[in-house]
Write a new protein. Structure first.
Length: 180
């Protein structure tokens, strides 16, 4: 009788031990997966580390080059309108992006005499349908929340949030769900 009780209790102890150990492992991984945000000082240290890498050195050289300065000046010219998310008048100059670009769907535009890449993101089935009706020399009104640049491109990259042609909205970015 004792042998039967021991043979029944032993697997129960082993299984409960495994379940408890598995729960502890899951708790540890969930705690590690949420890193705390870096402080301003830590961010400066990380930036200095990155600037010492080959990519960081290459980027700093590009920023100091005439081409890099031109791109940075172009981005600075529209930064006030970007920050305030105000309307910008633009003219479509090309329906294709520069060769080799990996920005998804976009067009080239001129804003106040400067050329920009107007990028909308990865091509999706029907999201950009009305934007395909744009033609070269079309005058549009656009809004954006972000302008960026990269050494690969000779133009600042404007992220398109809203496009209007002839007082008709032809594109409006849908806000992300569950985000800020």
């Amino acid at each position: 009788m004792k042998k039967i009780i021991y043979t029944l209790i032993l697997p129960l102890v082993v299984v409960s031990g495994l379940v408890f150990a598995n729960r502890e492992i899951k708790n540890e991984t969930s705690k590690k997966s949420t890193p705390k945000p870096l402080s301003a000082a830590e961010m400066k240290v990380e930036l200095k580390k990155w600037e010492a890498t080959p990519d960081g050195i290459k980027f700093k050289k590009w920023e100091a080059s005439p081409e890099g300065k031109k791109v940075l000046v172009g981005a600075a010219k529209i930064s006030n309108q970007i920050n305030a998310s105000t309307n910008m008048q633009a003219v479509v100059t090309s329906l294709s992006l520069p060769p080799g670009s990996r920005l998804g769907f976009g067009v080239m535009v001129s804003i106040n005499g400067e050329d920009y890449i107007l990028s909308f993101g990865p091509e999706k089935s029907n999201e950009f349908q009305q934007l395909h009706s744009l033609n070269v020399n079309d005058k549009i009104v656009l809004r954006s929340h972000f302008v960026s640049y990269a050494p690969k491109y000779s133009y600042p990259i404007v992220s398109g949030d809203y496009v209007e042609r002839d007082s008709k909205i032809i594109y409006k970015r849908t806000p992300r769900k569950g985000g800020c």
